[in-house]
Design a protein around this ligand. Structure first.
Ligand code: GLN
Length: 200
């Protein structure tokens, strides 16, 4: 792997710029991925927040779907936020008819899980290994409905109706959050991912 690592951000849809900024701040060679040639340059990949129902269709039309799925399957470190978590899930609840995911994480994700009343919200949550909580921003977010035994929980909702719901996970080189660490200026979760990439 190159030093600094080359980390692509899937850029057919979603909050690409925010991820690029955080990764660049961390000294990473960060760039957009819209074609298979760009994917080929990646040591690792970020799947941003956005709209998963659009992402999978665009990935299909731009001939990125299969190359992405096979790189992920082959062990490329990948970090998905929100819609990106949905894209990384092996199983999906409340997707639209025919919605496909790239898969990789042995989780079942429920799309738009927090319901209409709490479409968007934010709060401080503990994140595995961090000394202080992260300020997490949720926008029509999914949660992890269930997970296989290889999947490690990194964060859960601390209180309220959704208390205990899993909102950040890791399985080997793959990680995902229901919320948007690319927004809000706290780089620690991206740093966690970059360290994972450097160790891979
Ligand atoms: N609800 C969106 C989806 O289904 C995800 C929202 C987000 O990424 N902020 O893909």
């Amino acid at each position: 792997m190159s030093t600094p690592p080359s980390i692509g951000v899937f850029a057919l849809q979603g909050d690409v710029r925010e991820h690029l900024r955080v990764l660049t701040d961390l000294g990473v060679d960060a760039f957009t991925v819209r074609r298979p040639e760009e994917l080929a340059r990646c040591d690792a990949l970020v799947l941003p927040g956005g709209e998963s129902t659009t992402m999978y269709k665009l990935a299909r039309s731009f001939d990125l779907f299969e190359p992405l799925a096979s790189r992920i399957k082959a062990g490329m470190p990948t970090f998905g936020t929100c819609a990106g978590m949905i894209m990384l899930a092996d199983r999906l609840e409340d997707g639209i008819a025919g919605q496909e995911t790239l898969g990789g994480l042995d989780i079942t994700v429920r799309r738009n899980a927090f319901g209409r009343q709490v479409d968007s919200f934010e709060g401080d949550i503990a994140f595995d290994g961090f000394e202080s909580p992260v300020h997490a921003i949720f926008i029509r977010a999914p949660w992890v409905e269930s997970a296989g035994s290889e999947v490690e929980t990194l964060a859960t909702i601390p209180s309220g109706e959704a208390a205990g719901r899993v909102v950040a996970v890791r399985q080997g080189n793959l990680m995902a959050t229901s919320f948007h660490p690319e927004v809000g200026g706290d780089n620690r979760i991206h740093r966690y991912f970059v360290e994972l990439v450097q160790k891979s």
